[in-house]
Design a protein around this ligand. Structure first.
Ligand SMILES: [Zn+2]
Length: 276
């Protein structure tokens, strides 16, 4: 499932393609993408909108239009966005095609989704910020995000630290993969109560989260199944995993075999030798 680094990779690649472009034609083929709204009505609303900016908030891609409206795209499990030159995106050639946006330069942005959990939500001017305020916590890669703020976010919480950093209302954009990678980097056991971490551990976790996410962006995300960059390429982060999916393999830091447990209701990989 795409997490912050995958969504940020998509954003960076699509930004130069979308900036200043007008949506000339929009086809939304799957009603699940826009429900409860009618997909053809949403598609009609998007026509003639011109892109002012392409942002990201947590795992949401945010297409901001000159009109002040914003299209919030969430890829969920298997959503992918591709940029293709006009004519290459005929529906009969593209499996799991859910939507196509024809831009005013003749190229297409194509949305595919195998599992169909992704969503497109068009918001009116001024609606995006309240929408995010209700649902999302701090951006872990923001300049202003410090280990002290991470400590405030986790303070008093008895939940396992893994569950706490997966909670989008506290920290936006971290999912199962990068949570495991961050905790390994910080040498913290995923089931430690979040509120019990000391100052040094909070600093290590802060650094671990940011390093894991930045490494993911540098490798253009992790491709485990369907994720692709907008050029159709696989990410490379899966080759950089320290613990995720590496059950039984030796920890590169201490040599102990990586173990798999369940934490926060999710499959969780960690090193029993050096994560306390
Ligand atoms: Zn280890």
């Amino acid at each position: 499932m795409p997490e912050l680094p995958e969504v940020e990779t998509v954003r960076r690649r699509l930004e130069p393609v979308l900036l200043g472009r007008r949506f000339d034609h929009v086809e939304i083929l799957d009603p699940r993408l826009t429900r409860p709204l009618d997909p053809s009505e949403v598609a009609a609303e998007l026509v003639a909108e011109r892109v002012a900016a392409l942002g990201r908030r947590g795992k949401y891609l945010v297409v901001r239009f000159e009109s002040g409206r914003a299209l919030l795209i969430h890829l969920r499990m298997t959503g992918t966005l591709l940029h293709v030159l006009g004519g290459d995106a005929l529906p009969e050639h593209v499996p799991h095609l859910r939507a196509v946006v024809r831009l005013d330069d003749g190229s297409d942005v194509v949305y595919r989704d195998v599992r169909r959990f992704g969503t497109w939500l068009l918001l009116e001017p001024g609606e995006a910020e309240p929408y995010f305020r209700e649902r999302l916590g701090r951006e872990p890669l923001a300049q202003t995000f410090t280990s002290r703020l991470l400590g405030e976010t986790l303070a008093g919480r008895r939940a396992p630290v893994k569950a706490a950093i997966l909670d989008q209302r506290r920290l936006a954009g971290v999912g199962n993969i990068y949570a495991d990678e961050a905790l390994w980097r910080a040498r913290i056991h995923p089931q430690r109560p979040a509120g019990e971490l000391g100052q040094d551990e909070l600093r290590a976790l802060h650094r671990g989260i940011r390093t894991a996410l930045k490494t993911g962006i540098a490798r253009q995300g992790a491709t485990l199944s369907t994720y692709r960059t907008p050029d159709g390429e696989r990410g490379g982060m899966q080759h950089e995993f320290k613990v995720y999916g590496r059950e039984g393999e030796p920890c590169e830091r201490c040599g102990q075999p990586i173990e798999k447990i369940r934490a926060a209701g999710r499959g969780t990989w960690y090193c029993p030798g050096c994560q306390r």
